[in-house]
Design a protein around this ligand. Structure first.
Ligand code: NAD
Ligand code: WQD
Length: 337
Protein backbone atom coordinates (compact mmCIF):
# COMPACT_ATOMS: atom_id res chain seq x y z
CA UNK A 1 0.00 0.00 0.00
CA UNK A 2 0.98 3.61 -0.39
CA UNK A 3 0.16 5.53 2.78
CA UNK A 4 -0.01 9.26 3.32
CA UNK A 5 1.18 9.96 6.87
CA UNK A 6 0.05 13.37 8.10
CA UNK A 7 2.12 14.54 11.05
CA UNK A 8 4.82 12.05 10.07
CA UNK A 9 7.58 14.41 11.23
CA UNK A 10 6.27 14.26 14.80
CA UNK A 11 6.84 11.85 17.66
CA UNK A 12 4.36 9.06 16.92
CA UNK A 13 4.11 9.64 13.17
CA UNK A 14 7.87 9.22 12.65
CA UNK A 15 7.80 5.86 14.47
CA UNK A 16 4.83 4.84 12.30
CA UNK A 17 6.89 5.62 9.20
CA UNK A 18 9.48 3.05 10.32
CA UNK A 19 7.00 0.21 10.83
CA UNK A 20 5.14 1.02 7.60
CA UNK A 21 8.38 0.83 5.61
CA UNK A 22 9.45 -2.35 7.39
CA UNK A 23 6.10 -3.91 6.48
CA UNK A 24 6.77 -3.14 2.82
CA UNK A 25 4.50 -0.13 2.39
CA UNK A 26 5.38 3.08 0.58
CA UNK A 27 5.10 6.27 2.60
CA UNK A 28 4.60 9.96 1.87
CA UNK A 29 4.73 12.42 4.79
CA UNK A 30 2.76 15.66 4.96
CA UNK A 31 3.72 17.88 7.90
CA UNK A 32 3.83 21.64 8.43
CA UNK A 33 6.71 21.20 10.92
CA UNK A 34 4.79 23.17 13.58
CA UNK A 35 6.02 20.61 16.08
CA UNK A 36 7.91 18.16 13.90
CA UNK A 37 11.30 17.90 12.32
CA UNK A 38 12.56 17.01 8.84
CA UNK A 39 15.42 15.19 10.58
CA UNK A 40 12.91 12.79 12.18
CA UNK A 41 11.58 11.87 8.73
CA UNK A 42 15.09 11.38 7.37
CA UNK A 43 16.02 9.11 10.29
CA UNK A 44 12.75 7.16 10.04
CA UNK A 45 13.41 6.57 6.34
CA UNK A 46 16.91 5.35 7.12
CA UNK A 47 15.71 3.03 9.90
CA UNK A 48 12.85 1.67 7.79
CA UNK A 49 15.06 1.25 4.74
CA UNK A 50 13.04 3.29 2.25
CA UNK A 51 12.74 6.68 0.59
CA UNK A 52 10.16 8.96 2.15
CA UNK A 53 9.16 12.21 0.46
CA UNK A 54 8.41 14.95 3.00
CA UNK A 55 5.87 17.47 1.79
CA UNK A 56 6.13 20.51 4.01
CA UNK A 57 2.58 21.79 4.17
CA UNK A 58 -0.65 22.02 6.07
CA UNK A 59 -3.67 19.72 6.23
CA UNK A 60 -5.86 22.85 6.06
CA UNK A 61 -4.47 23.69 2.62
CA UNK A 62 -7.00 22.09 0.26
CA UNK A 63 -5.22 22.92 -3.03
CA UNK A 64 -2.06 21.36 -1.61
CA UNK A 65 -3.96 18.22 -0.55
CA UNK A 66 -5.48 17.92 -4.02
CA UNK A 67 -2.00 18.16 -5.51
CA UNK A 68 -0.62 15.56 -3.10
CA UNK A 69 -3.40 13.07 -3.91
CA UNK A 70 -3.04 13.62 -7.64
CA UNK A 71 0.75 13.19 -7.58
CA UNK A 72 0.73 10.19 -5.21
CA UNK A 73 -1.75 7.37 -5.69
CA UNK A 74 -2.43 6.66 -2.05
CA UNK A 75 -4.45 3.75 -0.69
CA UNK A 76 -4.84 5.04 2.84
CA UNK A 77 -4.08 7.87 5.23
CA UNK A 78 -2.66 7.66 8.74
CA UNK A 79 -3.65 10.96 10.26
CA UNK A 80 -1.40 12.07 13.11
CA UNK A 81 -1.26 15.80 12.32
CA UNK A 82 -2.60 17.86 15.16
CA UNK A 83 -1.77 20.13 18.04
CA UNK A 84 -1.63 18.32 21.38
CA UNK A 85 -0.67 20.60 24.26
CA UNK A 86 -3.56 20.52 26.71
CA UNK A 87 -2.71 23.77 28.55
CA UNK A 88 -2.15 25.64 25.29
CA UNK A 89 -5.54 24.45 24.05
CA UNK A 90 -7.21 26.15 27.04
CA UNK A 91 -5.50 29.43 26.14
CA UNK A 92 -5.98 29.15 22.37
CA UNK A 93 -9.14 27.11 21.76
CA UNK A 94 -9.83 28.56 18.32
CA UNK A 95 -6.37 27.60 17.12
CA UNK A 96 -6.89 24.05 18.36
CA UNK A 97 -10.35 23.61 16.82
CA UNK A 98 -9.16 25.17 13.56
CA UNK A 99 -6.12 22.97 13.32
CA UNK A 100 -7.47 19.69 14.67
CA UNK A 101 -11.13 19.80 13.65
CA UNK A 102 -11.20 22.03 10.56
CA UNK A 103 -7.92 20.50 9.40
CA UNK A 104 -9.38 17.01 9.58
CA UNK A 105 -12.52 18.14 7.72
CA UNK A 106 -10.39 19.51 4.89
CA UNK A 107 -8.35 16.32 4.81
CA UNK A 108 -11.50 14.17 4.64
CA UNK A 109 -13.00 16.34 1.89
CA UNK A 110 -9.88 15.92 -0.22
CA UNK A 111 -9.84 12.18 0.48
CA UNK A 112 -13.51 11.76 -0.47
CA UNK A 113 -12.94 13.65 -3.70
CA UNK A 114 -10.08 11.37 -4.76
CA UNK A 115 -11.66 8.18 -3.45
CA UNK A 116 -9.04 7.52 -0.77
CA UNK A 117 -11.39 6.37 1.96
CA UNK A 118 -9.26 4.28 4.31
CA UNK A 119 -8.29 6.36 7.34
CA UNK A 120 -6.56 5.66 10.64
CA UNK A 121 -7.11 8.50 13.10
CA UNK A 122 -5.16 9.36 16.29
CA UNK A 123 -7.70 9.82 19.02
CA UNK A 124 -7.21 9.77 22.75
CA UNK A 125 -8.53 8.10 25.90
CA UNK A 126 -9.46 11.61 26.96
CA UNK A 127 -12.73 11.21 24.98
CA UNK A 128 -14.02 8.89 27.73
CA UNK A 129 -14.11 11.85 30.16
CA UNK A 130 -13.76 10.78 33.77
CA UNK A 131 -17.26 9.51 34.54
CA UNK A 132 -16.71 5.79 33.97
CA UNK A 133 -15.44 2.98 36.16
CA UNK A 134 -12.11 1.43 35.13
CA UNK A 135 -10.98 -0.07 32.88
CA UNK A 136 -12.35 1.95 29.97
CA UNK A 137 -13.69 -0.07 27.05
CA UNK A 138 -14.98 1.01 23.66
CA UNK A 139 -18.59 0.13 24.51
CA UNK A 140 -18.76 3.00 27.01
CA UNK A 141 -20.38 6.22 25.87
CA UNK A 142 -17.92 9.02 25.34
CA UNK A 143 -17.85 11.57 28.15
CA UNK A 144 -16.87 15.18 28.57
CA UNK A 145 -13.16 15.82 28.05
CA UNK A 146 -11.85 18.46 30.43
CA UNK A 147 -10.18 20.72 27.86
CA UNK A 148 -10.46 22.00 24.25
CA UNK A 149 -7.76 19.61 23.03
CA UNK A 150 -9.78 16.63 24.24
CA UNK A 151 -12.98 18.08 22.83
CA UNK A 152 -11.29 18.52 19.45
CA UNK A 153 -10.63 14.75 19.43
CA UNK A 154 -14.22 13.98 20.41
CA UNK A 155 -15.57 16.30 17.70
CA UNK A 156 -13.46 14.61 15.06
CA UNK A 157 -14.68 11.19 16.23
CA UNK A 158 -18.27 12.42 15.78
CA UNK A 159 -17.54 13.85 12.34
CA UNK A 160 -15.97 10.56 11.24
CA UNK A 161 -18.97 8.55 12.49
CA UNK A 162 -21.36 10.78 10.51
CA UNK A 163 -19.15 10.59 7.45
CA UNK A 164 -19.02 6.80 7.49
CA UNK A 165 -22.79 6.60 8.06
CA UNK A 166 -23.41 8.78 5.00
CA UNK A 167 -20.93 7.18 2.61
CA UNK A 168 -20.25 3.46 2.73
CA UNK A 169 -16.91 3.72 0.96
CA UNK A 170 -15.22 4.82 4.20
CA UNK A 171 -13.12 2.41 6.26
CA UNK A 172 -12.13 4.30 9.38
CA UNK A 173 -10.11 3.24 12.40
CA UNK A 174 -10.35 5.49 15.43
CA UNK A 175 -7.49 4.63 17.76
CA UNK A 176 -7.84 5.81 21.33
CA UNK A 177 -4.35 6.06 22.75
CA UNK A 178 -3.68 5.81 26.44
CA UNK A 179 -0.23 7.23 27.35
CA UNK A 180 2.42 6.67 24.66
CA UNK A 181 6.00 6.85 25.93
CA UNK A 182 9.43 5.50 24.95
CA UNK A 183 11.43 5.75 21.78
CA UNK A 184 12.69 3.65 18.90
CA UNK A 185 15.08 0.97 20.19
CA UNK A 186 17.94 2.46 18.13
CA UNK A 187 17.96 5.72 20.10
CA UNK A 188 17.67 7.59 16.78
CA UNK A 189 13.97 8.54 17.05
CA UNK A 190 12.07 9.81 20.04
CA UNK A 191 9.99 12.57 21.51
CA UNK A 192 11.49 16.02 21.11
CA UNK A 193 9.35 18.46 23.08
CA UNK A 194 9.89 22.15 22.45
CA UNK A 195 10.28 24.16 25.64
CA UNK A 196 9.24 22.74 29.00
CA UNK A 197 7.76 19.25 28.59
CA UNK A 198 4.07 18.91 29.55
CA UNK A 199 4.14 15.14 29.85
CA UNK A 200 5.61 13.04 32.60
CA UNK A 201 8.22 10.86 30.92
CA UNK A 202 9.92 13.59 28.83
CA UNK A 203 10.09 15.70 32.00
CA UNK A 204 11.64 12.88 34.03
CA UNK A 205 14.15 12.28 31.23
CA UNK A 206 15.23 15.92 31.30
CA UNK A 207 15.66 15.83 35.09
CA UNK A 208 17.82 12.74 34.66
CA UNK A 209 20.15 14.57 32.23
CA UNK A 210 20.35 17.60 34.51
CA UNK A 211 18.49 19.88 32.12
CA UNK A 212 15.67 20.37 34.71
CA UNK A 213 16.15 20.47 38.44
CA UNK A 214 13.27 18.48 39.89
CA UNK A 215 10.04 16.86 38.78
CA UNK A 216 6.87 18.39 40.24
CA UNK A 217 4.62 15.45 41.09
CA UNK A 218 1.11 16.80 40.63
CA UNK A 219 -0.80 15.55 43.64
CA UNK A 220 -0.01 12.91 46.28
CA UNK A 221 -3.51 12.69 47.72
CA UNK A 222 -5.32 10.81 44.95
CA UNK A 223 -7.25 7.65 45.87
CA UNK A 224 -4.45 5.46 44.42
CA UNK A 225 -2.04 3.08 46.21
CA UNK A 226 0.67 5.74 46.72
CA UNK A 227 -1.49 8.84 46.27
CA UNK A 228 -0.05 9.83 42.87
CA UNK A 229 -1.86 9.65 39.51
CA UNK A 230 -2.05 6.32 37.70
CA UNK A 231 -1.90 5.96 33.90
CA UNK A 232 -1.69 3.22 31.29
CA UNK A 233 1.71 3.87 29.64
CA UNK A 234 2.48 2.04 26.42
CA UNK A 235 5.62 1.87 24.30
CA UNK A 236 5.43 4.01 21.17
CA UNK A 237 6.62 1.05 19.04
CA UNK A 238 3.74 -1.08 20.34
CA UNK A 239 1.43 1.83 19.59
CA UNK A 240 2.53 2.16 15.97
CA UNK A 241 2.37 -1.61 15.49
CA UNK A 242 -1.28 -1.22 16.53
CA UNK A 243 -1.71 1.27 13.68
CA UNK A 244 -0.30 -1.21 11.22
CA UNK A 245 -2.69 -3.89 12.47
CA UNK A 246 -5.61 -1.45 12.17
CA UNK A 247 -4.61 -0.46 8.65
CA UNK A 248 -4.66 -4.09 7.59
CA UNK A 249 -7.88 -4.95 9.43
CA UNK A 250 -9.70 -2.05 7.79
CA UNK A 251 -9.38 -3.85 4.47
CA UNK A 252 -11.99 -6.30 5.78
CA UNK A 253 -14.22 -3.73 7.53
CA UNK A 254 -16.59 -0.95 6.58
CA UNK A 255 -17.58 2.11 8.54
CA UNK A 256 -16.09 3.32 11.78
CA UNK A 257 -14.16 1.04 14.11
CA UNK A 258 -12.95 2.18 17.50
CA UNK A 259 -10.01 0.51 19.21
CA UNK A 260 -8.29 1.32 22.51
CA UNK A 261 -4.52 1.11 22.38
CA UNK A 262 -3.17 0.50 25.86
CA UNK A 263 -1.64 -2.22 27.99
CA UNK A 264 -4.51 -2.72 30.43
CA UNK A 265 -2.49 -1.83 33.52
CA UNK A 266 -1.59 1.38 35.23
CA UNK A 267 1.52 2.74 36.94
CA UNK A 268 1.70 5.64 39.38
CA UNK A 269 3.92 8.66 38.95
CA UNK A 270 6.24 7.38 41.68
CA UNK A 271 6.45 3.96 40.07
CA UNK A 272 7.44 5.71 36.84
CA UNK A 273 10.15 7.69 38.63
CA UNK A 274 11.56 4.50 40.18
CA UNK A 275 11.49 2.66 36.85
CA UNK A 276 13.36 5.52 35.21
CA UNK A 277 15.95 5.51 37.99
CA UNK A 278 16.54 1.83 37.29
CA UNK A 279 17.06 2.57 33.61
CA UNK A 280 19.41 5.53 34.03
CA UNK A 281 21.21 4.32 37.15
CA UNK A 282 20.83 7.54 39.13
CA UNK A 283 18.27 9.33 41.29
CA UNK A 284 15.58 11.52 39.75
CA UNK A 285 14.81 14.49 42.01
CA UNK A 286 11.14 15.18 42.61
CA UNK A 287 8.89 17.17 44.92
CA UNK A 288 5.18 17.09 45.56
CA UNK A 289 3.07 19.87 44.11
CA UNK A 290 -0.69 20.55 43.99
CA UNK A 291 -2.89 18.53 41.65
CA UNK A 292 -2.92 19.72 38.03
CA UNK A 293 -6.31 21.01 36.91
CA UNK A 294 -8.21 18.60 34.68
CA UNK A 295 -6.22 15.50 35.73
CA UNK A 296 -8.06 12.31 36.62
CA UNK A 297 -6.79 10.11 39.47
CA UNK A 298 -6.42 6.95 37.40
CA UNK A 299 -7.02 5.65 33.94
CA UNK A 300 -6.23 2.44 32.13
CA UNK A 301 -7.55 0.62 29.11
CA UNK A 302 -9.48 -2.50 28.49
CA UNK A 303 -7.40 -3.51 25.45
CA UNK A 304 -9.32 -6.72 24.69
CA UNK A 305 -11.17 -5.43 21.60
CA UNK A 306 -7.91 -4.64 19.82
CA UNK A 307 -6.53 -8.02 20.83
CA UNK A 308 -9.55 -9.90 19.50
CA UNK A 309 -10.17 -7.85 16.34
CA UNK A 310 -6.65 -6.77 15.38
CA UNK A 311 -4.59 -9.57 16.88
CA UNK A 312 -2.61 -6.79 18.54
CA UNK A 313 -1.34 -6.45 22.07
CA UNK A 314 1.53 -4.62 23.69
CA UNK A 315 4.79 -6.57 23.93
CA UNK A 316 7.19 -4.13 25.56
CA UNK A 317 7.26 -3.67 29.33
CA UNK A 318 7.93 -0.65 31.50
CA UNK A 319 11.69 -1.35 31.73
CA UNK A 320 11.96 -1.21 27.92
CA UNK A 321 9.90 2.00 27.77
CA UNK A 322 12.31 3.64 30.18
CA UNK A 323 15.55 2.16 28.78
CA UNK A 324 14.60 3.30 25.27
CA UNK A 325 13.64 6.79 26.47
CA UNK A 326 16.95 7.05 28.27
CA UNK A 327 18.96 5.88 25.23
CA UNK A 328 17.21 8.46 23.04
CA UNK A 329 17.62 11.23 25.63
CA UNK A 330 21.32 10.60 26.13
CA UNK A 331 22.09 10.45 22.44
CA UNK A 332 19.92 13.50 21.64
CA UNK A 333 19.87 15.74 24.72
CA UNK A 334 18.51 18.65 22.68
CA UNK A 335 16.18 16.51 20.57
CA UNK A 336 16.60 16.92 16.80
CA UNK A 337 17.82 20.50 17.03
P1 NAD B 1 3.60 15.63 17.62
O1 NAD B 1 3.31 17.06 17.92
O2 NAD B 1 4.96 15.13 17.90
O3 NAD B 1 3.24 15.30 16.10
C1 NAD B 1 2.20 15.94 15.42
C2 NAD B 1 2.75 16.40 14.07
O4 NAD B 1 1.69 17.04 13.34
C3 NAD B 1 3.88 17.43 14.23
O5 NAD B 1 4.99 17.01 13.47
C4 NAD B 1 3.29 18.72 13.67
O6 NAD B 1 4.25 19.53 13.03
C5 NAD B 1 2.22 18.19 12.70
N1 NAD B 1 1.10 19.09 12.49
C6 NAD B 1 0.34 19.73 13.42
N2 NAD B 1 -0.63 20.45 12.81
C7 NAD B 1 -0.48 20.26 11.48
C8 NAD B 1 -1.18 20.74 10.34
N3 NAD B 1 -2.19 21.60 10.46
N4 NAD B 1 -0.77 20.34 9.13
C9 NAD B 1 0.29 19.50 8.99
N5 NAD B 1 0.99 19.01 10.03
C10 NAD B 1 0.61 19.40 11.26
O7 NAD B 1 2.50 14.78 18.40
P2 NAD B 1 2.42 13.20 18.63
O8 NAD B 1 2.64 12.95 20.07
O9 NAD B 1 3.24 12.50 17.62
O10 NAD B 1 0.87 12.97 18.36
C11 NAD B 1 0.39 12.53 17.11
C12 NAD B 1 -1.13 12.49 17.17
O11 NAD B 1 -1.54 11.62 18.21
C13 NAD B 1 -1.77 13.85 17.47
O12 NAD B 1 -2.94 13.96 16.71
C14 NAD B 1 -2.07 13.76 18.94
O13 NAD B 1 -3.15 14.59 19.30
C15 NAD B 1 -2.43 12.29 19.08
N6 NAD B 1 -2.27 11.77 20.44
C16 NAD B 1 -1.06 11.89 21.06
C17 NAD B 1 -0.90 11.42 22.35
C18 NAD B 1 0.41 11.57 23.08
O14 NAD B 1 0.44 11.39 24.29
N7 NAD B 1 1.51 11.86 22.40
C19 NAD B 1 -1.98 10.82 23.00
C20 NAD B 1 -3.21 10.71 22.34
C21 NAD B 1 -3.33 11.19 21.05
C1 WQD C 1 0.78 11.59 33.45
C2 WQD C 1 0.74 11.60 34.98
C3 WQD C 1 0.20 13.77 35.86
C4 WQD C 1 3.79 15.80 34.40
C5 WQD C 1 -1.95 13.84 28.57
C6 WQD C 1 -3.19 14.40 27.90
C7 WQD C 1 -3.87 13.33 27.08
C8 WQD C 1 -2.89 12.69 26.12
C9 WQD C 1 -1.62 12.26 26.78
C10 WQD C 1 -2.39 13.56 24.06
C11 WQD C 1 -0.42 12.41 35.55
C12 WQD C 1 1.61 13.39 36.25
C13 WQD C 1 2.83 14.86 34.70
C14 WQD C 1 4.56 16.33 35.46
C15 WQD C 1 3.37 14.93 37.00
N1 WQD C 1 -2.55 13.71 25.19
N2 WQD C 1 2.62 14.43 35.96
N3 WQD C 1 4.31 15.87 36.72
O1 WQD C 1 -2.16 13.90 31.66
O2 WQD C 1 -2.34 11.38 31.43
O3 WQD C 1 -2.34 12.77 29.42
O4 WQD C 1 -1.07 13.31 27.58
O5 WQD C 1 -2.32 13.91 23.06
O6 WQD C 1 -4.94 13.93 26.41
O7 WQD C 1 -4.08 14.88 28.90
O8 WQD C 1 -0.25 12.53 30.67
O9 WQD C 1 2.20 12.59 30.91
O10 WQD C 1 0.90 14.74 31.25
O11 WQD C 1 0.72 12.92 32.96
O12 WQD C 1 3.17 14.57 38.16
O13 WQD C 1 5.42 17.20 35.27
O14 WQD C 1 1.93 12.29 35.44
O15 WQD C 1 -0.45 14.46 36.90
O16 WQD C 1 -0.82 11.77 36.73
P1 WQD C 1 -1.84 12.68 30.90
P2 WQD C 1 0.96 13.25 31.38
Amino acid sequence: MKVLVTGGAGYIGSHAVVVLLEAGHQVVVLDNLANGSAEAVARAAELGGGAVPLIEGDIRDRPLLDRVFSEHTCDAVMHFAGLKAVGESVEQPLRYFENNVAGTLTLCQAMAQTGVTRLVFSSSATVYGDEHPLPWHEGLPTGTPSNPYGRSKLMVEQVLADLAAADERWQIGILRYFNPVGAHESGRLGESPRGIPNNLVPYIAQVATGRRESLAVYGNDYPTPDGTGVRDYLHVMDLVEGHLAALQALGRRQGVNVWNLGTGRGYSVLEMVRAFEQACGSKVAYHFAPRREGDVASCWADPSKAREELGWQTRRHLAAMMADTWRWQQANPEGYT
